[in-house]
Ligand binder design. Structure first.
Ligand SMILES: Nc1ncnc2c1ncn2[C@@H]1O[C@H](COP(=O)(O)OP(=O)(O)OP(=O)(O)O)[C@@H](O)[C@H]1O
Ligand SMILES: [Mg+2]
Length: 309
């Protein structure tokens, strides 16, 4: 089974406007509301690809209930912990002519220690040996950034595999517990290593460093340039098909979803990269925070190139 964990879910609200003027009334021509947050996105893409996962995390208030309801309605299993307050809303404003996006992101509710304890109990309730646990996104206050390391250690003791997709302290502290797979993008890897990575060679060296530090699989996503992956078995580069006017929001989560889906079924990292890259490119086809459609993933899949470096 695949379990996803989202500590700070969001309502992703995307609006399209013809003009955006500060201080004026700006009319919306299209809008869409989706449950969001990295773990939830991974669960949504896994579902689109015809498989099951369980989404865990914290939700709050009426917007939290909207997330639960929406996932349930689509047939995605969830068992969130309810906390006081209100789940945050992330607004993306897309300017129609220029395709320029402006993001306005809330912080989300504070999580009391008894709810953190409840979350640990819930992970314990579901996690079984051989399961995959995808942990992703920001950590809501006042939970310390060490929580990902605690979760990774617990899951490893339960003989399950953890995939970590985070940034900043959440990533660097999480890595001390050595998750099985980590997927930074270029900027996240730069922040982790505290240096600029200009060329593909710089990025490969950086990823190699993380791998040498005890992380079995390191995947670095490179936007339209695809991704590189390093494990004890080798080094690979995945190249996605060209996507015109790409809308990449959530594409990193789609990459993770495709990879985990394949690895959970006993497939290879190369096969995982292929499906993940197809799902990520398919996500770029859809505007706003909607993720991918299965028919696009199937159509793009044969166009993904993966080669050994
Ligand atoms: N313009 C594009 N065309 C085709 N594929 C793309 C494009 N942009 C991104 N992708 C695919 O999406 C994957 C993830 O992209 P990116 O490196 O931007 O992830 P990210 O920054 O983690 O994204 P997220 O916003 O989901 O966190 C890439 O590895 C690639 O396969
Ligand atoms: Mg990402």
């Amino acid at each position: 089974m695949i379990i996803t964990l989202t500590l700070n879910p969001a309502i992703d609200h995307t609006v399209v406007v013809d003009s955006l003027v500060l201080g004026d009334t700006n009319r919306v021509t299209q809008s869409r509301t989706d449950p969001g947050g990295k773990g939830i996105n991974v669960s949504r893409v896994i579902h689109t690809l015809g498989h099951e996962s369980l989404a865990l995390g914290f939700v709050a208030g009426g917007l939290g209930r909207f997330i639960e309801h929406d996932l349930k309605e689509q047939g995605i299993f969830e068992d969130f912990i309810h906390v006081p307050g209100q789940t945050r809303t992330n607004i993306t404003v897309i300017h129609a002519d220029s395709n320029i996006r402006t993001a306005i992101n809330e912080r989300g509710p504070e999580i009391a220690s008894q709810h953190v304890a409840g979350l640990h109990r819930r992970i314990k309730k579901y996690l079984r040996p051989g399961n995959w646990l995808v942990v992703g996104g920001s950590i809501p206050p006042p939970i310390p950034p060490s929580i990902y390391a605690d979760i990774v250690l617990y899951a490893k003791n339960r003989k399950s595999y953890v995939v970590l997709d985070a940034d900043g302290e959440a990533l660097s502290q999480g890595l001390t517990a050595k998750p099985y797979l980590v997927k930074p993008n270029r900027r996240e890897l730069q922040r982790l290593l505290k240096r600029e990575l200009r060329t593909l060679d710089d990025i490969l060296k950086g990823a190699e460093e993380v791998h040498d530090n005890g992380i079995p699989v390191v995947v670095v996503s490179l936007g339209e340039e695809g991704a590189i992956a390093i494990s004890d078995q080798g080094r690979w580069r995945a190249i996605p098909p060209k996507v015109e006017g790409a809308s990449p929001a959530g594409s990193g989560d789609a990459l993770v979803a495709g990879m985990v889906l394949v690895l959970n079924q006993g497939g290879s990292l190369v096969e995982g990269l292929r499906l993940g890259t197809a799902a990520a490119a398919a996500t770029c086809l859809i505007p706003g925070t909607q993720l991918c459609r299965r028919q696009d993933v199937e159509r793009l899949f044969p166009q993904v190139q993966v080669y050994s470096l």
